[in-house]
Write a protein that binds this ligand. Sequence first.
Ligand code: PMT
Length: 411
Amino acid sequence: MEDKDKPGARVLEHKRIVVGVTGGIAAYKTADLVRRLRADEADIKVIMTRSAQAFLGPLTLQALSGNPVYTELLSKGSDAGMQHIELARWCDLILVTPASANFMAKLAHGLADDLLTTVCLASTRPILVAPAMNREMWLAAATQENKQILEQRGVRFLGPAAGDQACGEVGPGRLIDTDDLFAEITAALAPGVLRGLEVLVTAGPTREYIDPVRYLSNRSSGKMGYAIAQAAAEAGASVTLVSGPVALAPPRGAEPVWVSSAEEMYREVMSRAHHCDVLVAAAAVADYHCGVPALRKLKRGGASLTLTLLPTPDIVKAVTALARRPFTVAFAAETENLVANAQNKLEDKAVDMIAANDVAANGVGFDHDRNEIEVLWRGGSIHLAKGSKQTLARRLIRIIAERYRAKKDTA
Ligand code: PMT
């Protein structure tokens, strides 16, 4: 995967993040996080509390962030005494990781006796807090009450995770993984073109069994649909991903619903379609199934075998026939007459938009990491040049957001 295609790569570009580090053994993990945020071109300024410096040297974070590390509330120099205001206004987001029980207590009660708590109090920007501490400290009534107070004021808690702790105990209080922290920061800073909307995405192949061990299927890997689900989540939507059998982990922020056959996908989609705002049907759904599969494995015989296939329900068509239908985007997998065939499907399935996918072209379509699509709607079209499925998915989501709003405006 190219760097620019990594989840969040564009989202973080030039975003200003204050990373606050408080005392705890997990402070060393901040080094890797800051390195990754910088690699995606975020601007980072680090504030370390006194106890944090006992676990990690400021020089490390200075080198990785490319900026001096702030350690004192009252420093000497021209901006003496005003740093907290400047930092509070400079940033787009404050992340405190690891956050100690002491930090939580101070912030909950407005005790601003160091630079980090002062910046948090002085800032109107989103604050994300990733706690890490001994499990008893985490579960202590005081800590839980402080958490509640902070949450009520809009502070977002990331974790903690449960598991083995540095102190030898097991339980809740571990800092969440750097991958998860990174994804949360990205989601929090995403432009949010679909914020507040419910998006349903279908992905992957379906399997139509002919006997207990054999099925009809296709080469869909789910990569395109999963990239769309991830891009929709990054854009602030609440995402449900109805997926056929694939070998991918569901993207963070999307709720997976696993299905196998076209009939199952039909049922899961139809039970949700009437209350979602947007449906993106990227799944390669079988057009035929074999009726009633044999109960036992079909025996090999000398004669030829004839399978009678029946049509599966057309999921997209059933959705667009609903009285309260979502903005519906289908894909058209074509091996010839790409645009004309896709145009026919746009009309036949009465969808709002269709992504025409030339699945006979080299290096794109089924199971490839890259794709190239022609997006069509009534009155317009746009070519999305060959690129990673992640990049295309983000571009497609932006187009969907625009067309969705245009349709709402004219309704
Ligand atoms: O999963 P990947 O390996 O990343 O590959 C991506 C992809 C090539 C599968 C994807 O980009 C794609 O083109 N998906 C649509 C595949 C397909 O089934 O195309 P179609 O032209 O046969 O169907 C048109 C539309 O009707 C699709 O949105 C499909 O989801 C939908 N359909 C089809 C059959 C059916 N019974 N019900 C449906 O809703």
